[in-house]
Design a protein. Structure first.
Length: 402
């Protein structure tokens, strides 16, 4: 490599150049209502996970309380590019010609990924899979399409985490391996050749970057490319972070704290979705309990203890989970990590999920108040009827004596 090459990097990315980097896959699960981290450490020693620190990471940033990190068994990932759909029966074909229409055979490769799990006190766990890649930018785009298959990522992650869940079950309150998951892929590539400086890379190779972060290989429209690259962040002239809903491109060498932030926001999204679904399911159950009360001819003879208790427990549980999820890692201010968090939160629409949860909690509060007031009204009516009956009885008794 000559000095001229260093000073004048290529503007258009060579699709046949060799790129070496690491792919990080984060799969978030929910294991239960709450985890006693001290009890978990007694059951199986885990390493407290502190937030990685560089000069750009303020000392005020950190987990509260620190989650536990456990190494997991390596995972074999078989990633295959989806084949072209079969031709319609009416479309003519040449006998013996099985070549795909796009002129290439589907990519299929097997990777051995290292794995670890990060367990938080609110019951969320993030399983991280990491494996190195060395391939051309064109093949990396094809591999991105393989990573769009969530089943091919979730099942291996769940399989390698299942033994850990069983060993820590006693430390989990109401343990349940929820089927709800959230996956996120990060393409971490080192700065320097064959990549141009970040700004130039995004200008000259916007279609490639957008396809990578969208996990798409088919050409995207100009609007979709612009939307994919709408938000990006650089700390120095040599690095760049380009997040999208499904994946992110991270050109950086020393970026552990950025990866941890990405992992946490992905887990936070899962927990917000979990809370929202929990509220929807429990509200449906509550309405099924309340509905018979509204149709009863004698509602004051019906007990309200069960629906009131169910709604009260739901309100407390949802509020507690919502608060603990939001407070586990607070990144505020204008520092780099805070901006990383805000960009990801915007991409994941966390504000929309938060508003949805708050609306659901307000509905729960409203239903709780209505049912509580209704119960009080019924009790008052029962007491009034009893008083009236006693008065009538006294009157009748008095008249009978005369």
């Amino acid at each position: 490599m000559t000095a001229d090459q260093n000073q004048n990097p290529p503007t258009r990315l060579d699709p046949t150049a060799v790129v070496s980097g690491t792919i990080h896959i984060y799969v978030a699960f929910d294991w239960g209502d709450e985890v006693d981290l001290e009890a978990a450490r007694r059951l199986l020693t885990g390493e407290p996970q502190a937030l990685a620190r560089r000069r750009r990471t303020p000392s005020s940033f950190g987990y509260s309380p620190p989650p536990l990190r456990y190494p997991l068994a390596p995972v074999e990932l078989k990633l295959c590019e989806p084949e072209d759909p079969p031709r319609p029966a009416t479309e003519p074909s040449i006998a013996g010609n099985t070549k795909p229409k796009n002129g290439r055979s589907p990519l299929c490769a097997t990777f051995m990924a290292t794995a670890d799990a990060t367990l938080f006190d609110f019951g969320g766990v993030s399983v991280a899979l990491h494996f190195p890649v060395t391939m051309s930018p064109a093949d990396l785009s094809r591999l991105a399409v393989c990573l769009a298959d969530s089943d091919g990522l979730v099942e291996p992650a769940k399989r390698t985490a299942q033994p850990l869940f069983e060993r820590l079950r006693a430390a989990i309150q109401q343990p349940a391996f929820s089927p709800l998951t959230e996956e996120y892929v990060v393409f971490q590539l080192p700065p320097g050749l064959p990549f141009a400086p970040p700004q130039q890379l995004l200008e000259q190779n916007s279609d490639w970057v957008a396809g990578l972060t969208r996990l798409e290989i088919e050409p995207l429209s100009d609007d979709e490319v612009a939307a994919a690259l709408h938000s990006y962040l650089s700390y120095s002239p040599r690095d760049v972070f380009v997040p999208e809903w499904s994946a992110a491109l991270l050109i950086d060498a020393d970026c552990d704290e950025t990866l941890q932030t990405i992992e946490f926001v992905n887990l936070q999204l899962l927990e917000f979705r979990f809370i929202d679904k929990l509220l929807d399911d429990r509200l449906a159950d509550a309405y099924r309990l309340i509905h018979p009360l509204t149709r009863s001819w004698l509602p004051f003879w019906r007990t309200h203890a069960q629906p009131l208790r169910a709604l009260g427990e739901l309100r407390i549980h949802a509020n507690s989970l919502f608060e603990r999820t939001g407070n586990a890692l607070k990144l505020v201010g204008d520092q780099y990590l805070a901006r990383v968090y805000r960009i990801l939160a915007a991409r994941f629409h966390l504000d929309d999920w938060e508003r949805s949860i708050q609306r659901s909690l307000e509905v729960v509060e409203g239903v709780y108040r209505v049912l509580s007031d209704q119960a009080a009204t019924y009790r008052t009516e029962v007491l009034e009827i009893i008083v009236i009956v006693l008065i009538v009885f006294e009157i009748v008794t008095a008249l009978a004596r005369h």
